[in-house]
Design a protein around this ligand. Structure first.
Ligand code: CMC
Length: 431
């Protein structure tokens, strides 16, 4: 935390309190209010954490007004174009771009740990076939702590390292197995001769009865989806992982908590919600009706895949993802798919509508990732699991960073209590 001589003054009644201000390497200054309660006896109030920095971090930086996303300082568009997912994983975990031998070793480690404990197969079989793959993933990832006892000691740096590698390596296998189980097909074991993205596609779409060749354009698009979702600083699921970890919970439990939070439609579930919305709209001629609903204050309907808490100009991930979507749609020749035609028209109509311009609502990454995943043949229920497996490295990097932070404390927000004050218990016959 870089200290400065700047100070904020807060006056409450006759008393004035001095609050230190810290200047980050980039981004807005931060007022340190940690001593506020002990000095002034007041709390601050910020329910959606809209103005609260909850930690120090050196991993990811977002400038929402400029539409900028940096991982360890490197812009996401450069990483998406020149790098690939496992190199970005290394960068997020260790803070620098790896030399060739470091990358080779890292890729080898991840590749060689993609299989899961054979007994975990039984765990999958305990779920109903119609379970949502995210429900299965929350359960199976949480259950990893019952299978990998040698990587749950958070105070041991080597065990933390092993847990990190295991989670990155096994998450695609778990997501693919959740999918295969839901459609009643046999599990497909990972293949070490394929790269990370191609291996995932193989585990999802291969069947033992015939040869399956992974198309390199689709593998590249898959890798981009992983890369663009790898980390996003202190979003809801990452904050959930940090909060869970602050109590000393084991890494698998923390990541299961992150998956659970990601599932919601306002966060990672938006890609599924977006495709379901496109299917409900059905044909481009119904778009005006849905735009009108999104603008109606009395209707809770929102255009899924539009808007972002931080990006108020454009989502830089969406720009890259749109290019990928065009490439995949060209390759697969799906111009006549009504869902995808509706998506293209909706994008045009919303961008031309003053309501969306005034409120700075632009298509976000989930709008385009859903379109690509649909074109690749994934059912909508698999969209959020793909996001979860991509984001695992972000969660893990933030988890590692937090554990190494000497200032770490258990997360324990306060509240603005609006309930009853103390009153006496009333016996049941007198109520
Ligand atoms: N459709 C219609 N109106 C919207 C939308 C939308 N998608 N998003 C925001 N608004 C309006 C909202 O009604 C509000 O209007 P007013 O000021 O008149 O009350 C204004 O825009 C600000 O909205 P907000 O809810 O205060 O903004 P927020 O920063 O709390 O919410 C959001 C951000 C992403 C939850 C929201 O834009 C949303 O619900 N979008 C749809 C879901 C979605 O696509 N989520 C994925 C986000 S990207 C992936 C990720 O990082 O998880």
């Amino acid at each position: 935390m870089s200290d400065t001589s700047k100070t904020a003054h807060l006056t409450i009644g006759d008393s004035t309190y001095e609050l230190p201000i810290y200047t980050p390497s980039t981004g807005p200054d931060v007022i340190d209010i940690r001593q506020l309660y002990s000095q002034a006896g007041v709390f601050t109030y910020d329910p959606g954490f809209t103005s609260t920095a909850a930690c120090d971090s050196t991993i990811t930086f977002i400038d929402g007004d400029k539409g900028e996303l940096l991982h360890r300082g490197y812009p996401i568009d450069q990483l998406a174009e020149k790098s690939h997912y496992l190199e970005v994983c290394f960068l997020l975990l260790y803070g620098y771009l790896p030399k060739a031998d470091e990358l080779e070793n890292f890729e080898k480690t991840i590749t060689q740990h993609t299989m899961i404990h054979e007994q975990m197969h039984n765990f999958f079989r305990g779920f109903r076939r119609d379970a949502h793959p995210m429900a299965t993933m929350v359960g199976v990832v949480g259950a990893m702590s019952a299978f990998y006892h040698d990587s749950t000691d958070i105070n041991n740096p080597r065990e933390r390292e092993i847990a990190s590698h295991r989670l990155i390596a096994k998450m695609p296998t778990i997501a693919a197995m959740a999918y295969k189980y839901s459609i009643g097909q046999p599990f497909v074991y990972p293949r070490n001769d394929l790269d990370y993205a191609a291996n995932f596609l193989h585990m999802c779409f291969a069947v033992p009865a015939e040869e399956y060749q992974v198309d390199p354009i689709l593998a590249r698009a898959m890798d981009r989806i992983f890369t663009l979702h790898a980390d996003h600083e202190q979003n809801a699921s990452t904050s959930t992982v940090r909060l869970a970890s602050s109590s000393g919970a084991n890494p698998f439990a923390c990541i299961a908590a992150g998956i659970a939070c990601l599932w919601g439609p306002a966060h990672g579930g938006a890609n599924q919600a977006c495709l379901e919305m496109l299917k409900e709209i059905g044909t481009p001629d119904r778009i005006p009706e849905y735009i009108a609903r999104a603008k109606d204050k009395n209707d809770p309907f929102r255009l899924m895949g539009f808007g972002h808490r931080v990006y108020k100009n454009f989502d830089p991930r969406a720009t890259v993802m749109k290019q990928s979507a065009d490439e995949v749609l060209d390759l697969l020749g799906v111009e006549n798919n009504p869902v995808l035609a509706t998506a293209k028209e909706l994008e045009k109509a919303a961008l031309a509508d003053p309501y969306f311009a005034e409120k700075k609502l632009f298509p976000n990454v989930d709008f385009y990732s859903g379109i690509i995943l649909e074109a690749m043949g994934f059912p909508t229920s698999m969209f959020t699991p793909v996001f979860a497996l991509s984001r695992t490295v972000g969660w893990i990097s933030q988890w590692k960073e937090q554990l190494a932070d000497p200032q770490m404390k258990i997360g324990r927000p306060r509240q603005l209590y609006q309930g009853e004050t103390m009153r006496d218990y009333v016996d049941i016959e007198s109520r």
